[in-house]
Design a protein around this ligand. Sequence first.
Ligand SMILES: *Cc1c(COP(=O)(O)O)cnc(C)c1O
Length: 476
Amino acid sequence: MPHSTPRLVSTRGSSQCEDFTSLKVQGLCPENGGLYVPSHFPHVGLPVLESWRGYSFPVLAQAVLSLYLPETTISTDDLKRLLEKSFSTFEDERVTPIVTIDANFHLLELYRGPTLSFKDIALQFLGNFLEYLVQKQTVDKPVVVLGATSGDTGSAAIAGLEGKTGIKVVILYPEGRVSLVQELQMITGNSANVTCLACPGSFDECQTLVKEAFADKDVQARFQLLGINSINIVRILVQTVYYFYSYLRLAKKIGDSIDYSVPTGNFGDILAGYYAKRMGLPLGQLVIAANCNDILPRFLNTGTYSLNNVVPTISPSMDIQISSNFERYLYELSGRNSEQVATWMHQLNTEGSFSVSSTELAQARRDFSGYVATRDGCLETIAQIARRSEGTMVLDPHSAIGVSAAIQARNHDIPIVSLATAHPAKFPDAVSKALDTVGIKNSPWLSHPSITALVGREKNVGKLSMFTLEALLKYL
Ligand SMILES: *Cc1c(COP(=O)(O)O)cnc(C)c1O
């Protein structure tokens, strides 16, 4: 096991290694279409974990991230300053508070940031980190963060990047297909460096145009484009921190096993848990919690990863059929065989599915379990938890899928942590429907001051007339 700072390699093979602090790795896709992954996982032994007990969230984040970011490119003091600034915007000083549902069953609240979804944790840091990198490195062209969003990513990215020096932000979203709260969070800001574009089509069309821009030689020559979507590796690393944080708060003895249940869409959040485990954190089961877009649980049942149509649900941030970050896990599963990964991805693109060997499937089942919550199961879970806690604990539909999966998966002798990924006030329709069934009216959880404050604010939104690079270029 090498002890040097990891560098970044591609899941589909490349002789090039990149540094975590290179602006290049912030792009959407490396030339060979793969994703960046750490060249190895730094090892954190039990005595080191023991010494991290009691660390505050920013201090722990520094301990974890400094394993990946060499001091020669970002000094300890600078990293400390960026982390303190990033997490000072959270409404709870613990950053990710833990609440207990019953003995051995805990909820990790990841939604205490500015846009009330777990995406703030990584994106609050990423905004400050990118600003720092852009200031330190001489870039000879305008720096533009370009992204497409189906809702939560866009608002969290804007909250992380608004007002940052030397960075322009352009976010595309499908007009009429994001929730009202999500849209208000994106378009009621007034930062000169942010442009939000309502687009005439679907999220996929927005995403395709963004990918086209990243791949276009002319655009590349004129702009330094940066990506903030969930395949950004820095986001994954920041997300490992709350696994460490919650483990260190909850483990009776360092070395004891703790299970995690994770509401999963693009596989970023749960991949962070897997990475933390590979770094030596003693995690037990990692439960993939899915809504009826169940490609990952089906994969664990059958060994075949096979695309279906996306079905819209009341947990829209998990309505995904291609879990992009799963490729990073496949890379590990194949024994870091980038040719194998490239073959699987090619089959997925051409035939809509691929299968792994029985040995690989057995390994995947040791690494993850998968459970599905239907719409009714999700609403019942919201109702059940609210009733048991007499209305003091209310879940949003995404978090409820995590809790439903945790109830199905849990082994009562081992603590389990279910990740709460959004505040219920972001999804008031579904949540109030569930609360009605147990006679809870006017729950304070159905609103939040940061959302109420958006209503009536001036809207700042552009309209993309059509999905062409020419139309987009006017806004870069
Ligand atoms: C993005 C999101 C998810 C899914 O997370 P992934 O990292 O894409 O698996 C779950 N819940 C909420 C509220 C989200 O915004």
